[in-house]
Design a protein around this ligand. Structure first.
Ligand code: HEM
Length: 520
């Protein structure tokens, strides 16, 4: 009995010793960090949680407010993890140009780490030989102008299908004068476009019904969002992860489910290629035929396919939804874009992507929407692979760096009347939005700039062009244009909090509202 008690108290003493030692090491490390580095100022962090509980849900707005107190570069602790947020065009340039290579790693949460197999994809890969290889593959093979053009019929099929569905719904007798939820129609275009682009499959039939594989795909996407949205604190305090093993199991199950579906689709395409000898333009066929040449593991092929889905589906829907909200709120702009479409296209044919060069105002509308409402307002987090200096402050190796592109694009120091939705500003001054002008960075800049930018611009412009050429859009009954609510919802990607509802009125002859289907 006595010896048992003594064993227990020895154990307690040992545990206390370990605990005190860890705390001491932690405090000494913190002190060393503080004395050695001149870190950007910021709100005072609490032990363990840091500033996590000070951050408002719509993070980029909160960070823009904090910049007013702490300056254009500030520190914020997610748990014990140092994050640095920059809020001006000059600092964005320091991050994305002058220190690009040293700030090109990624911070991976547990779900991101698990699903990317420790960064063996593109989005979550650290900068290094693997990243350089897959990025080269993206630039030279997947996102070439040639492939973009070859895939145009798919985009035009989906955009015309959207027009047909809106037309059918708004001309139903009992729908006269009723508003539609625009997001539903945009979501279908994005869903079908991205699944056809990546998986070479249209999971939805012409009645809008989704087949079994498509249901499984949707289930995986929504489960992924559920898993990704959990556990913010445990993600930033590594030792807390030991207490959340349940989530690890859910992740393993989720990733097995995702891989099962993807492998099934990959096998179908391998079989089809063997039968017909024909390689299609979509990404599964491209990746499988290039797998040996680029020495890609199956994990990388699967990871890349899902990267495109994660990065390319919501972002397009979000951009067009915000643009439509602004166009309903600003009837002057809507009318001006329609006048341009009528002048260039007329009223006896539909628009095509080949018309873009003759539609400068329409292009400016898309750009202005991306300026005021970038779908990823804080881009994706970059991580320092070496200590660097930004704005005269030290950014130690391992810090996470965010560029608040939303705030930069509304900075009155670089934009005239920044809160006004005025596409003409880009006719007066041509501002690049693909990473060369640090005032406007919806797609980021530097080596991690979005590889899908041109594809996204084409799809967004095409959707907007068709929506405006085919319909006039008025606010929902009883809503004044100026009262349309432009609040954002929280999240890595920024949807409207209250989705725009609007009444479409057809403005072209009825025979121009049919889908132009293509089988590819
Ligand atoms: C309007 C639509 C889109 C916007 C605003 C957008 C924006 C962005 C941004 C801000 C980044 C992060 C850049 C950085 O970390 O510095 C990114 C990365 C990425 N985007 Fe896009 N994107 C869009 C559409 C697409 C589409 C359609 C695809 C592909 C089909 C795509 C594929 C990717 C990939 C693979 C990455 C990761 C690149 C890397 O880490 O190296 N994006 N995008």
């Amino acid at each position: 009995m006595y010896s048992h008690r003594s064993k227990v108290s020895t154990k307690i003493m040992a545990l206390s010793f370990i605990f005190i030692s860890i705390t001491l090491i932690f405090l000494v490390h913190k002190l060393y960090h503080r004395l050695r580095f001149k870190l950007p100022p910021g709100p005072r962090p609490l032990p363990v949680v840091g500033n996590l509980y000070d951050i408002e849900p719509v993070r980029f707005r909160c960070f823009a407010d904090w910049a007013k107190t702490y300056g254009p570069i500030f520190s914020v602790y997610f748990g014990s993890q140092l994050n640095v947020v920059v809020t001006t065009a000059e600092l964005a340039k320091e991050v994305l140009k002058e220190n690009d290579q040293n700030l090109a790693d990624r911070f991976r949460t547990r779900p991101a780490n698990n699903l990317s197999r420790n960064g063996m994809d593109l989005i979550w890969a650290d900068y290094g030989p693997h990243y350089v290889k897959v990025r080269k593959l993206c630039n030279l093979e997947l996102f070439t102008p040639k492939r973009l053009e070859a895939l145009r019929p798919i985009r035009e099929d989906e955009v015309t299908a959207m027009v047909e569905n809106i037309f059918k719904d708004c001309t139903k007798p009992d729908n006269t004068g009723k508003s539609l939820l625009i997001r539903e129609y945009l979501g279908s275009v994005a869903f079908n476009n991205i699944t056809r682009l990546t998986f070479g499959k249209r999971f939805m039939n012409s009645k809008g019904e989704i087949d079994e594989q498509g249901q499984e795909f949707k289930g995986i996407v929504s489960n992924g969002i559920k898993i990704g949205g959990k556990l913010p604190l445990a993600e930033y305090v590594p030792w807390l992860r030991w207490f959340f093993t349940m989530e690890n199991e859910a992740l393993v199950k989720h990733s097995a489910r995702r891989d099962r579906l993807t492998r099934m689709i990959m096998d179908e395409h391998t079989l089809a290629r063997k039968k017909t000898g024909d390689t299609k333009q979509h990404f599964v066929d491209a990746l499988l035929t290039l797998q040996k040449q680029y020495d890609l593991s199956d994990d990388t092929v699967i990871g890349l396919l899902w990267d495109m889905i994660t990065a390319g589906m919501d972002t397009t829907t979000i951009t067009v939804e915000w643009a439509m909200a602004e166009l309903v709120k600003n009837p002057r702009v809507q009318l001006k874009a329609q006048e341009e479409l009528d002048r260039v296209i007329g009223t006896d044919r539909i628009m095509s992507e080949t018309d873009f060069s003759k539609l400068p105002y329409l292009q400016c509308v898309a750009k202005e929407a991306l300026r005021l409402h970038p779908p990823t307002p804080l881009m994706l987090p970059h991580r320092a692979s070496a200590s660097v200096k930004i704005g005269g402050y030290d950014i130690p190796k391992g810090s996470i760096v965010h560029v608040n592109v939303w705030a930069v694009a509304r900075d009155p120091a670089v934009w005239k009347n920044p809160l006004e939705f005025r596409p003409e500003r880009f006719l007066e001054e041509d501002v690049d939005m693909k990473g060369h002008d640090y005032r406007l960075l919806p797609f980021g800049a530097g080596r991690r700039v979005c590889p899908g930018a041109q594809l996204a611009i084409n799809l967004v412009t095409s959707m907007l062009g068709h929506l405006l050429h085919h319909f006039t859009w008025a606010p929902a009954p009883g809503v004044n244009p100026e009262d349309i609510d432009l609040e954002e919802s929280p999240g890595t990607v920024t949807y409207m909090k209250n989705p725009i509802q609007a009444i479409p009125t057809p403005r072209l002859p009825a025979h121009l509202y049919g889908r132009v289907p293509v089988d590819m």
